[in-house]
Design a protein around this ligand. Structure first.
Ligand SMILES: Nc1ncnc2c1ncn2[C@@H]1O[C@H](COP(=O)(O)OP(=O)(O)O)[C@@H](O)[C@H]1O
Ligand SMILES: [Mg+2]
Length: 283
């Protein structure tokens, strides 16, 4: 179990995160918040690249700072910007990464074969990475992060730049990897996470807004999201969430407390919730 206890992080006078408390147990957690909300800051603290200004982070009850290398040994991390050598093949790159982690060669080779299959790169294992798509590179990165069979796998914006097929593949891969480990991934794209994460962590105004299942986050807005035909001015108290195409032409999705006369109630989705939660920032 990983516990974040009353963690605050300041950069000079700027408070990036304030008094965050969270508990992670095996399963998939999505850090979902707009750019600049502090996702990478939290991830860097979870990976000991940064330390909290206040508060502490505990692994099985012990401060990760005190655990040091022991903690890093059970951690797998894919940074937001992942560096690789274009002229290497995935197999060469994984061998290199394994050597850096002092994993014995024979053990590493078996594990590398298995991981390349798991991430769907068995056929591309010996091809140079310079020709790889974003999704293929990202899978190399995940394989590197998985080399030590981590108890805690942390991926910062792993879905950036993936095409729709690569997203589906990623989702399936995360489900495969999430058995018996904590997986924490960050994104600012709602659709990337709503079917992957069991728990969604959101920050607002530098504080924790929620850590809850997608269904329960959506339920907070039940009875408050309506679809209206486009082209009508919004009444006071109606907040525009999004515009889209309905069966009979353009429609608006609005958030409001009183049902609009010409509105149809709709089941709130995670995107509605996201837009509603971060509505101040939108205007
Ligand atoms: N090293 C730093 N020095 C000063 N401010 C920083 C630094 N790193 C991040 N920030 C600021 O902290 C806030 C959170 O950044 P970050 O954690 O990268 O957000 P996210 O990953 O959610 O986009 C931003 O306003 C960013 O400008
Ligand atoms: Mg970030």
């Amino acid at each position: 179990m990983l516990s974040v206890e009353h963690v605050t992080k300041t950069y000079g006078k700027f408070t990036a995160l304030e008094d965050i408390s969270l508990t992670f147990t095996p399963g998939v957690y999505g850090l979902l918040a707009p750019n600049g909300a502090g996702k990478t800051t939290l991830i860097k603290m979870l990976t000991t690249l940064l330390f909290p200004t206040k508060g502490q982070i505990l692994w099985e009850g012990e401060d990760i700072r005190a655990l040091g290398a022991e903690y890093r040994g059970l951690l797998g991390y894919l940074p937001q910007q992942f560096g690789y050598y274009p002229s290497y093949t995935p197999r060469q790159f994984l061998r290199y990464a394994a050597a850096l982690q002092c994993i014995p060669k024979r053990e590493a080779d078996g594990r590398i074969d298995h991981l390349l299959e798991t991430v769907g790169l068995g056929d591309a294992a010996d091809k140079k990475m310079k020709k790889f798509s974003g999704g293929m590179l990202q899978r190399v990165g995940i394989a590197v992060a998985m080399l030590n069979d981590p108890k805690l796998l942390i991926l910062d914006e792993p879905t950036a730049g993936l095409d729709p097929r690569e997203r589906v593949r990623f989702r399936n891969l995360i489900h495969t990897l999430a058995e018996d480990r904590i997986v924490i991934l960050s994104t600012h794209i709602v659709s990337d996470i709503e079917t992957i994460a069991g728990q969604i962590v959101m920050f607002k105004d530098h504080r924790l807004y929620c850590c809850d299942s997608p269904a329960r986050i959506c339920a907070r807005f039940q009875g408050r999201v309506f679809q209206l035909p486009a082209g009508m001015p919004l009444a006071p108290g109606q907040f525009l969430l999004s515009e889209g195409q309905g069966a009979d032409g353009p429609v608006l999705r609005v958030l409001c407390e009183t049902p609009p006369v010409n509105g149809t109630p709709v089941t709130p989705g995670l995107e509605d919730a996201f837009l509603a939660i971060y509505r101040e920032e939108q205007t």
